[in-house]
Write a protein that binds this ligand. Structure first.
Ligand code: FES
Length: 267
């Protein structure tokens, strides 16, 4: 009788089943891949951010997104917005923007699902019990701050503009205009970053939320329709952008370190 009091009205009592789950498929593969993928990416990004070198190719003006905007004395010609951050090892060159990007991804609706399932096992998969005894959702500290996602979206939009500026500035050679494989990689990365940012659920709500009549807001309706289509691919874009960010960074590191040269189409 006591359980009935906490059960939603009209809900049936849960059958008493001793097995932890009746699923016989390999439901644990998705959370396992997520743990491996996210852990590898975080390890790579952390190492790169604290290397403090091989982030800029001076001849072609290639700047890795992990160091943009570059704001310390170590930046040299990569400093487009001043060098007002202290030159301490603990301070990344892009210390002004990295926390917002981290917040944007951490509070993203897709990543929340991914790390709640894979790292916190809450729950690890459909029809598999929660790894914890209690569940308070996102109603308390610290998870209540997941609601800040919409503000992180605005910051991410500004950072995408800065990344776009970096990609434009990179059409550069020692003689003037230039174009190489690095440009293609930088452009692909920026296009994917915009696709991921605009496919955000908060963006979709900003575009078309709280409207009573779409017919009276044709521009917002068109934008909402566009964002809604992107939104259906939000999970894929979340992973694709992790890949394009890492590939862009690695390519610029390799060219900057002299491991191989940039493939030039126009010098
Ligand atoms: Fe994923 Fe906003 S919901 S970035």
């Amino acid at each position: 009788m006591t359980t009935t009091a906490t059960r939603p009205v009209g809900a049936q009592a849960r059958a008493s089943i001793s097995a932890r789950t009746l699923r016989t498929d390999r439901w644990w593969i998705a959370p396992l891949i997520t743990v491996i993928g996210l852990s590898a990416w975080i390890a790579y990004a952390t190492v790169r951010v604290y290397m403090h070198k091989w982030f800029f190719v001076e001849d072609y003006h290639y700047l890795t997104p992990f160091y943009s905007p570059c704001l310390t004395d170590r930046c040299g010609d990569a400093a487009e917005f001043g060098t007002f951050l202290p030159n301490w090892w603990i301070i990344p060159e892009a210390a002004l923007t990295l926390p917002f990007l981290l917040l944007f991804r951490l509070t993203c609706y897709y990543y929340r699902k991914a790390y709640y399932r894979s790292f916190w096992l809450s729950p690890p998969a459909c029809a598999v019990p929660d790894g914890h005894k209690t569940y308070s959702g996102e109603t308390r500290f610290p998870l209540i701050f997941q609601n800040a996602h919409r503000y992180a979206f605005y910051a991410a939009g500004i950072i995408s503009v800065i990344n776009t500026w970096d990609a434009i500035k990179a059409f550069h050679s020692p003689e003037g205009f230039g174009f190489g494989l690095g440009n293609l990689i930088l452009i692909l990365n920026v296009v994917m970053l915009w696709a991921y940012t605009l496919s955000c659920h908060s963006c979709r709500h900003i575009a078309g939320g709280r409207l009573k009549h779409f017919s009276r807001h044709p521009v917002r309706y068109r934008f909402w329709t566009f964002v809604s289509k992107l939104n259906t691919r939000h999970m894929q874009l979340a992973w694709i952008t992790l890949a394009t960010l890492a590939i862009t960074d690695f390519y610029i590191m390799a060219v900057s370190a002299g491991w191989f040269g940039d493939v030039r189409f126009i010098n």
